[in-house]
Write a protein that binds this ligand. Structure first.
Ligand code: GLU
Length: 509
C-alpha cells in the first residue's frame, strides 16, 4: 500500500512555524517513501474560523516549497479536501456508529449540562455520569424516537465502554497505553449537524486512505478516542500508524513556544506576516524578516530530527533521502533563533548571486533604490559574506544605492585632519584617471599615491572608506569603489571633506 500522509491544519489564524514543521515532516516522509502528501483543511469549527487563514496556510507551504500532491487548491481524486465542503458526508457515519451501538443521541440542553458542571466537581460526560442524563442510553426507545421525530435538538456522542485498554503504538514514543475508563464520551456530531474534529478527522483519514498520521504531540491524548472510533467503525485493519512530534520549546528552553514569544524574544515564530485588527495579534514572519525559504526549511528540519553525524546543511533532496521517523526525538526541541540566523547566513553565502539579486529586487524597489539585476548582482557579491537577512543588503548597504547618510563621527574625529582635503581631492583625480578600474589595480595605484605623498595607508584608507560608506564596517573598500563606479567614487571623495569638517568642530568646541 502506498504511503499517504496529510497535513490537516485548522484555519483558526496564522499558521505557527511549528505547523510548518509538521507539514515538512509529513512532506519528507511522503517523498522518502514515494508517497502522497495531502493538504486537508479542517474547518468544521465555524466559531474558530478566521478569514484569510486558509490562504495563509497555502501561501506558507508554497513559500517553503512544500507543494501538496493533493489538497485544497491542488486537486486530487479524494476531494473535496476542505471539510466544510464535505459536511454532508459525516452525518451518515455518526448514524452508522449509533446503529452499531458505539454512539448515542444526547438531548441534554446547554442549561442542563451547565447545572451538571456546577453540581459535580470536574464533571465530564462519561460512562458514570451519562446514566443520569438525557440520552438514548437512558431514555426508553419510543421516547427517543418521539424526540427525534419532533425535531428536538440532539448531538451524537461516542459511547466509551469502561474497562478497556487502548494501546497506541506511536512511531516516535513507542507504546502508549490508555484506559477507556478515563475517557469522556466525546461529541461526534453537533446540533447543527456539523461533525467535531474527532469524527471528521477519522472519517476523512479513512476515506482518504491515510496510512500515517504525523502530527503535534498535543494530539496524542485524542488518539485514544480515535482508536475507539476505528474500532467502532470496524476499520482497525486500515487504521493509520501514528507519530506524534515533540513540542517546540521557547529559546530559553522551558515551556512551549507560543505565538506571543515572537514579540517577547524579538524573533518571528510564523512563516509569513499576519495582519490582524489587534496589533497584539499581528505578527512578523520568517519571509519578511529576510530568511531564505531553504534556510527556513533546513532550520525547521533539524528542530526535533537529526539523522546522526555532523552534517547540518541539507538541501531538500538531501533531507528527503536522510529522513526517517526513527530519528525524530521524543523530547522537546528548543527554538534556537541564533541557529536559524546562522543557517540563513550560510545559505546567503552559498546562494547564487543572481538568485539573491532576484530576492532583493523587491526590497530595493520598495525603498526607491536602483533595482536592475546586473547592479543588484554586484551589490550581492559585495555584501553576501556580511549579512544575516535579505533586507541587510539594502539596509546596511544603502550607500551603494545612494548618498551616505550617516557618518561614523567618532572615527572621523580620530582620522580626519582638514589638511587631508587636498589629499582626497588628488585621490579623486587618481581615481578618475586610473588605467584600469578593477579592485586590485586600483588598490595598487592608490597605495602608490599614498606612499608618494609620504603618508601611511592607515592615515588615508580609513578616510577613503568613510567617504564612500560613512562607516568602517562593510565590504573591502576597493571592491566598493568598483561597484560605485569611477565618477561616484571621485565625487564622494571630493565632497566628503565638507561633511568631515562639519563634524570636526564638535570636538574642537
Ligand atoms: N486540525 C488539527 C490541527 O489543527 C489536525 C490534527 C491532526 O493532524 O489530526 O492541528
Amino acid at each position: 500500500m502506498s504511503v499517504r500522509v496529510r497535513f490537516a491544519p485548522s484555519p483558526t489564524g496564522a499558521l505557527h512555524i511549528g505547523g510548518v514543521r509538521t507539514a515538512l515532516y509529513n512532506y519528507l516522509f511522503a517523498k522518502k517513501n514515494g508517497g502522497t502528501f495531502i493538504l486537508r483543511i479542517e474547518d468544521t469549527d465555524q466559531n474558530r474560523y478566521v478569514p484569510g487563514a486558509e490562504d495563509y496556510i497555502i501561501e506558507s507551504l508554497k513559500w517553503v516549497g512544500l507543494i501538496p500532491d493533493e489538497g485544497v487548491g491542488f486537486g486530487g481524486d479524494y476531494g473535496p479536501y476542505r471539510q466544510s465542503d464535505r459536511k454532508h458526508l459525516y452525518g451518515k457515519f455518526a448514524q452508522e456508529l449509533v446503529d452499531r451501538g458505539h454512539a448515542y443521541y444526547a438531548f441534554d440542553t446547554p442549561e442542563a449540562l451547565e447545572n451538571a458542571r456546577q453540581s459535580t466537581e470536574n464533571f465530564t460526560y462519561n460512562f458514570q455520569t451519562r446514566t443520569g442524563l438525557q440520552n438514548s442510553l437512558v431514555l426508553p426507545p419510543d421516547e427517543v424516537r418521539r424526540r427525534l421525530d419532533a425535531g428536538e435538538p440532539y448531538i451524537i456522542r461516542l459511547k466509551v465502554e469502561p474497562g478497556q485498554e487502548i494501546p497506541v503504538r506511536d512511531l516516535i514514543r513507542g507504546d502508549v497505553l490508555f484506559q477507556s475508563s478515563e475517557l469522556d464520551d466525546k461529541v461526534l456530531l453537533k446540533t447543527d449537524g456539523m461533525p467535531t474534529y474527532h469524527l471528521a478527522n477519522i472519517v476523512d483519514d479513512h476515506l482518504m486512505e491515510i496510512t500515517h498520521v504525523i502530527r503535534g504531540e498535543e494530539w496524542l491524548p485524542s488518539t485514544a478516542h480515535h482508536v475507539l472510533l476505528y474500532r467502532g467503525f470496524g476499520w482497525t485493519d486500515t487504521m493509520p500508524q501514528f507519530a506524534h512530534l515533540p513540542l517546540i520549546l521557547k529559546p530559553v528552553g522551558n515551556g512551549k513556544l507560543s505565538k506571543r514569544d515572537g514579540a517577547k524574544f524579538g524573533m518571528p515564530v510564523f512563516p509569513l506576516p499576519w495582519a490582524a485588527e489587534n496589533p497584539e495579534d499581528s505578527f512578523t514572519g520568517f519571509r519578511d524578516t529576510g530568511f531564505l525559504p531553504e534556510a527556513t526549511i533546513n532550520f525547521l528540519a533539524l528542530l526535533g530530527w537529526h539523522p546522526g553525524g555532523d552534517q547540518e546543511i541539507f538541501t531538500m533532496e538531501e533531507l528527503i533521502q536522510a529522513f526517517s521517523v526513527e530519528h525524530i526525538s521524543k523530547s522537546g526541541a528548543r527554538f534556537d533563533y541564533e541557529k536559524a540566523k546562522w543557517f540563513n547566513q550560510r545559505y546567503i553565502q552559498t546562494s547564487d548571486n543572481a538568485v539573491l539579486a532576484e530576492h532583493i529586487r523587491p526590497l530595493a524597489e520598495s525603498r526607491g533604490f536602483r533595482a536592475d539585476l546586473p547592479f543588484l548582482t554586484e551589490v550581492v557579491a559585495l555584501m553576501k559574506e556580511r549579512v544575516t537577512f535579505l533586507p541587510d543588503f539594502v539596509d546596511q548597504g544603502y550607500y551603494l544605492f545612494g548618498p551616505v547618510k550617516i557618518y561614523d563621527e567618532e572615527m572621523i574625529r580620530k582620522k580626519w585632519n582638514p589638511a587631508f582635503q587636498t589629499t582626497l581631492e588628488a585621490l579623486a583625480g587618481i581615481i578618475l584617471q586610473a588605467q584600469s578600474f578593477e579592485a586590485p589595480s586600483l588598490e595598487e595605484q592608490v597605495k602608490q599615491f599614498i606612499a608618494a605623498e609620504g603618508l601611511k595607508p592607515g592615515e588615508i584608507l580609513p578616510l577613503l572608506r568613510l567617504a564612500l560608506a560613512g562607516t568602517m564596517k562593510g565590504p573591502a573598500v576597493f571592491d566598493m569603489a568598483v561597484v560605485l563606479g569611477r565618477e561616484e567614487t571621485a565625487r564622494r571623495l571630493r565632497e566628503s571633506p565638507g561633511y568631515f569638517n562639519r563634524i570636526m568642530p564638535v570636538i574642537a568646541g
